[in-house]
Design a protein around this ligand. Structure first.
Ligand code: WT7
Length: 649
């Protein structure tokens, strides 16, 4: 292996940063040896109504997984994000909104945001919403998305955001899963100049069996496009907030009351709704945001994620707003009106911290070094990466072209389940190695275990686990605690299983190598292979399907599909196209297969288990190392697979 380059911390940067290396080491030490003391102190960074006296009460014992932080404290998340800032920074911009069309933007101060949230909170109550309700959001990236999240928090309702790129069926499953009584959406969303029919999708979703729980649909007018209307169910956002009061007393919530549900894909079955609670999550999201980006008062911070993913929850809304930050929210895409858009937005709003995904960096990289045109990037101080492993070439390009060789890069490893960043450099403390997420955040105890669950020491490869709880951790799967225990705590007993593999080097740095389960990561989006397979076998012409990931230059991983057709159905190019469109409409555009291959037979063991290892190798075009195929029921299927792979268009 080639020697890794090390980028030391800039001493000047370190001297003015929140945390230098010595501070990191001593704070980390304290967080591990005295978690009660450490988190007891840092818990006070957010606003409490009734202060907590208990800090940590957590168990990873598979017979009794129970995670509680600050359990006797009470608070309301929206108070930390809004009320506490009114006096000190009411006129400071809380959200800079940059529209899909570069001529559209808006600055929303903390006072404006407070009033909008209170108005909408009151309006929701008038529509019958109350504490404990699950409210589904299916929204464009517009300020009303943040307003809706905070309004739910304000009245003690639990939001469940469904990414606006998901299909009506995927939306229906999530409305049903949360027994949601209200859906908040918009007429249409706008991305890259194209309208996406959000309200039409909601109408379709609510026709599905099981979604009768939903009684109200609140619709924000975004484009004014044509939509159908059901008077008994639909209300315009603009109408219900018009006369609502700008004051709404925040509901007093327990630290362990749920703040939100967020669905994410796993290796088996349908997506699961991770349950995040209020106190620990807010402490953790705000603290990681401050330290990872070295965020200082007055900085302009931009995270390019969508609020439909956990990154948007923790690092567009809750973390930054709890810190009194100015958070930029972008409705569009990096390639519209042209590929220089990211640079133009950084220049226009004088962005100081920029947080994006490797897939976006690789897409820009393909366009050449002058892709951002003559955009002025001199305001940038720290760059972040999230969602998938960043390959060293992309890291170097990010550093050189966007960071102009001067901005530290924080490669942040975490998951929907972890609530906030877990392993990442702190820009004033940690020397970077391109491709490594480096060291754990305070309170995080990563370990590598072998397949039997034995802890491995020193420089080695293994399954990445976390040995003790941290405040931002997801507490359960909504409505199915057994599945939570089964998925995360039963493989390696006593530890939280991440599903990722990692390597630890001689300096104790972690290098995430990717999922070790049947989850694939497409452009930073998590996709369960089982989900795509079940969509495929629902097609009348498909008998069987197997889905694997394969290396893709821009997306990180692409979706590779093997399909066995029903007897008598002819293979054709039209059918290949039809199957791609089918998956797209069943799940959403992010699940569109990149390559589909007809497979008259799939490699199975004599007991009928599909050998995915072989399918992965074939998809990777790596026929030399298929391994042992002698246990296959019919070893000749492998030759067919290889031939078809080579003939694939
Ligand atoms: C999975 C979690 C974290 C919020 C966005 C994705 C992969 C995430 C990194 C990184 C290597 C990463 C992991 C993880 N991942 N960040 N910096 N380096 N891999 O959240 O959808 O829950 O996906 O994304 O495989 O398990 P998610």
């Amino acid at each position: 292996m080639s020697e890794t380059k090390v980028y030391p911390v800039d001493t000047e940067f370190a001297s003015q940063s929140w945390v230098d290396n010595d501070t990191y080491l001593s704070m980390y030490e304290k967080s591990i040896t005295d978690p009660e003391g450490f988190w007891g102190e840092h818990g006070r960074r957010i606003e409490w109504m009734k202060p907590y006296t208990r800090v940590k009460n957590t168990s990873f014992d598979p017979h009794n997984v129970d995670i509680r932080w600050y359990e006797d404290g009470t608070l309301n998340a929206s108070v930390s994000c809004l009320d506490r800032h009114l006096e000190s920074r009411g006129d400071q911009v809380a959200i800079i909104w940059e529209g899909d069309d570069p001529s559209e933007d808006e600055n929303i101060t903390y006072r404006d945001l407070y009033e909008r949230v209170c108005k909408f909170a009151n309006a929701l109550k008038a529509q019958g919403a109350k504490k404990g309700d699950v409210i589904t959001l299916y929204m464009p990236m517009i300020p009303e998305a943040a307003v809706a999240m905070l309004a739910c928090a304000r009245i003690g309702a639990v939001h469940s955001i469904v990414f606006g790129g998901f299909s009506p069926d995927a939306l229906a499953a999530r409305v049903e899963g949360g027994q949601s009584n209200i859906v908040i959406t918009a007429d249409q969303s706008l991305r890259g100049g194209k309208a996406v029919p959000l309200k039409d999708n909601v109408d379709l979703a609510l026709k599905n069996a099981g979604t009768e729980c939903c009684k109200k649909v609140v619709v924000v007018k975004r484009t004014g496009g044509d939509i159908a209307w059901d008077d008994s169910r639909d209300v315009w956002y603009e109408e219900i907030v018009a006369d609502a009061s700008t004051e709404c007393a925040p509901e007093e919530m327990g630290a362990e009351d749920p703040l939100f549900i967020l669905y994410t894909s796993g290796s088996t079955g349908q997506p699961k709704g991770l349950k995040h609670t209020t106190g620990g999550y807010m402490v953790y999201a705000s603290m990681t945001h401050q330290y990872a980006f070295d965020y200082k008062d007055g900085d302009i911070y931009w995270c390019t994620a969508d609020v439909g993913w956990v990154t948007g929850h923790s690092y567009i809304v809750y973390g930054p707003l709890a810190n009194g930050a100015t958070s930029l929210m972008f409705e569009g895409v990096p390639s519209y009106p042209d590929n220089s858009r990211f640079g133009r937005v950084i220049e226009k709003h004088k962005v100081n911290q920029f947080y994006t995904a490797p897939t976006a960096i690789r897409a820009l990289m393909q366009q050449g070094e002058d892709v951002l045109g003559d955009s002025d990037l001199s305001t940038l101080k720290v760059l972040g990466s999230v969602g998938e492993p960043i390959n060293p070439e992309a890291w170097e390009w990010y550093h050189r072209i966007i960071g102009q060789g001067r901005c530290p890069i924080v490669d942040t490893w975490w998951q929907t389940e972890t609530g906030g960043m877990m392993i990442m450099p702190l820009p004033g403390a940690t020397a970077a190695k391109p491709g490594s997420a480096t060291r754990p955040f305070f309170g995080v105890q990563p370990a590598l275990v072998d397949n039997e669950g034995n802890i491995l020491e020193g420089a080695t490869d293994g399954n990445l686990v976390i040995t003790d709880s941290w405040p931002g951790q997801g507490r359960s799967i909504w409505g199915d605690h057994d599945r939570f225990v089964q998925t995360y705590f039963s493989t390696f007993k006593g530890y939280y299983t991440t599903g990722d593999g990692a390597r630890r080097d001689e300096d104790g740095y972690y290098w995430i190598t990717g999922r070790v389960d049947d989850v694939i990561n497409v452009s930073g989006h998590r996709m369960g292979t089982a989900e795509v397979e079940s969509a495929l076998v629902a097609h009348p012409k498909v008998a069987e399907a197997a889905v694997v990931g394969y290396p893709h230059d821009i997306k990180g991983q692409g979706i590779y599909v093997y399909v066995t057709l029903q007897a008598g159905i002819e293979e054709s190019d039209e059918l290949l196209k039809e199957l791609r469109t089918w998956v797209r409409s069943e799940i959403g555009p992010i699940a569109t297969p990149d390559l589909v291959q007809f497979a008259p037979g799939l490699p199975k063991t004599r007991s009928g288990k599909i050998m995915r290892r072989i399918l992965r190798k074939v998809a990777e075009d790596d026929f030399g190392s298929l391994g042992d195929t002698s246990t296959l029921a019919d070893p000749t299927v492998v030759d067919d697979l290889i031939n078809n792979r080579q003939n694939r268009k």
